[in-house]
Design a protein around this ligand. Structure first.
Ligand SMILES: [Zn+2]
Length: 410
C-alpha cells in the first residue's frame, strides 16, 4: 500500500532513536512535505518526496489529498479492564459526598475489585475490547494495560488472562503490567504489611508463572504504599525479570520518583506533585516521566509540571490513565490538548510526548511512535487543511480522515 499526496509527514526520526528528551522533543522529529509512505505488511518500508514516488502496477493507492500524517498515539498507562462504571460516584462527588460516603455507596478501588470478582472473563474481555476499540478509533496504535482491580491472587490472574486475550484480539500493540499493589485487598484491610508480604510471596510467583505480565507497578503515594514497600516489591519482581513502571507523586511528594529512578524503572507515572529534587532526578535518568493530564482534569488535581520537566531535559510522555474512577476516557487527542492548554507544551512537543516518548515508556521506542522505514505502519491520515497546531486547539473537532494500525487501514 502507498499513501500518496501527503501534505506533510510529522514525526520522522532515525531508526536508532527510541525517545527524545528535553528540547529535542520539539526539534528532534523531522518532516517531509508533499510526501508518500509505502507500507508492506505491518511495517513502513519507505517514505519520501512525491517527486521520487514510483508506482508499480496493481499497487494499492490511498490518496491523502494534501492531509498531514502523524504517528499513531502510544498510550503507556491505562486500566481498561474493569467491571461496571462509576458514574454514580461521579454524581455523588458533584453533590459533595465524602470519600467514605462514596465508598459506602459503591465507589473506590475496592468496590471495583468486588465487581470484577463477580464478572466473568468473557464479559471483562468484551468490555475491555469495547474500550480498546474506542481508543483505536481515536488514533491509538499501541497501549499498556494494567491489572490492579483483582487485589487477590485468583482475580489478579483472571485480569492477566483477560489482558492476554485482549492483546491477541486487537491490531494495536499491547503491553501488560501487574499492579497487585494498587490498593490493599479487602481481606487485608488494616494489615498493609501482610498484604505486601502476600504480593511478594504469593502473587508475584503466580504472576511470573503465567508469563503474561512484562512489568510490575506499585501505587507509591501518600495513603497508599510506602517507598520502602515499593522498593521491596520492585526488587522481588526483578528476580522474575519484570521491570518497573511506578505510580508516583499523584497525591503528595511520595518518594516514588526516588524509588523509580534508583531502580531504573521504565517509567514513573502521574507526577502531579514534583519538587526540584524529583525534576533533577528524572532529568538525569532514562526513566520516562509520564504525566496523566486526563486524571488531573477529571479529578480537579493540579496538572503535572511538564513544561519544567521538559526544560530540565527529562523524557516526558503523556498518557490517558483510562480508568473508571479518575479518568474515564482514553482519547489521546484530548490528552494532547490538555498537555498544551494546562501544561504549557507546544503542540509538536506534546505530540512527541503522546507518540515516541509514550512508546519509550512501554519499551517500544524502536517499533512505533514515529514514522520511519522498519517501524510499525501505525499512523493517522489527517483531514486536508488541518495542521498539528490546529488539532489540540480545535480539541473537539474530528480530525481523522483514516488511520492505519500495523498495516490495517480503518
Ligand atoms: Zn493509573
Amino acid at each position: 500500500m502507498h499513501v500518496i499526496n501527503i501534505g506533510r509527514i510529522h514525526g520522522i526520526v532515525d531508526s536508532e532513536i527510541t525517545h527524545l528528551r528535553g528540547k529535542r522533543m520539539l526539534t528532534g522529529p523531522r518532516t517531509i512535505d508533499n510526501a508518500f509512505i509505502t507500507v508492506n505488511g505491518d511495517k513502513i518500508t519507505a517514505i519520501g518526496d512525491m517527486d521520487s514516488f514510483v508506482e508499480a502496477k496493481d499497487d494499492c493507492i490511498v490518496d491523502a489529498r494534501g492531509g498531514i500524517v502523524i504517528p499513531a498515539f502510544c498510550d503507556s498507562h491505562t486500566h481498561i479492564i474493569y467491571a461496571g462504571s462509576r458514574e454514580g460516584e461521579f454524581v455523588d462527588k458533584i453533590q459533595g459526598l465524602s470519600y467514605e460516603e462514596i465508598a459506602r455507596r459503591g465507589g473506590g478501588i475496592l468496590n471495583s475489585a468486588d465487581k470484577l470478582h463477580h464478572t466473568s472473563e468473557q464479559e471483562l474481555l468484551e468490555s475491555a475490547l469495547y474500550r480498546a476499540n474506542l481508543m483505536m478509533e481515536r488514533g491509538t496504535g499501541a497501549f499498556e494495560v494494567k491489572t490492579g482491580y483483582g487485589l487477590n491472587t485468583a482475580d489478579e490472574l483472571k485480569m492477566l488472562r483477560v489482558a492476554a486475550r485482549l492483546r491477541e484480539a486487537v491490531d494495536a500493540r499491547v503491553k501488560i503490567t501487574f499492579l497487585g499493589a494498587h490498593a490493599v485487598g479487602r481481606a487485608f484491610v488494616g494489615r498493609q504489611a501482610d498484604y505486601v508480604d502476600m504480593v511478594i510471596r504469593e502473587m508475584l510467583p503466580a504472576v511470573a508463572a503465567e508469563g503474561i505480565a512484562e512489568y510490575v507497578d506499585v501505587f507509591c503515594d501518600t495513603g497508599f504504599f510506602t517507598p520502602e514497600e515499593t522498593a521491596r516489591i520492585i526488587d522481588a519482581a526483578a528476580n522474575y525479570c519484570m521491570k518497573a513502571k511506578i505510580h508516583a507523586n499523584e497525591l503528595g511528594i511520595s518518594g516514588g520518583v526516588q524509588v523509580a529512578t534508583a531502580a531504573g524503572a521504565v517509567s514513573a507515572d502521574h507526577l502531579e506533585q514534583l519538587g526540584d529534587e524529583e525534576i533533577a532526578l528524572l532529568a538525569k535518568s532514562d526513566t520516562v516521566a509520564t504525566m496523566l493530564p486526563g486524571a488531573s482534569f477529571f479529578s480537579r488535581l493540579p496538572f503535572g509540571r511538564a513544561r519544567l520537566a521538559v526544560d530540565n531535559d527529562a523524557i516526558v510522555a503523556l498518557a490517558s490513565d483510562y480508568n473508571p474512577g479518575s479518568s474515564p476516557s482514553g482519547d489521546m487527542r484530548f490528552v494532547w490538548a490538555l498537555g498544551c492548554i494546562h501544561m504549557g507544551l507546544l503542540p509538536a512537543e506534546a505530540l512527541t510526548a503522546c507518540t515516541l516518548n509514550g512508546a519509550a515508556a512501554m519499551e517500544l521506542g524502536h517499533e512505533c511512535g514515529a514514522i520511519a522505514p522498519g517501524r510499525d505502519a501505525s499512523f493517522i491520515i489527517v483531514k486536508p487543511g488541518i495542521s498539528v497546531d490546529y488539532i489540540p486547539y480545535a480539541y473537539t473537532e474530528p480530525f481523522i480522515a483514516a488511520r492505519v494500525i500495523r498495516g490495517h487501514m480503518a
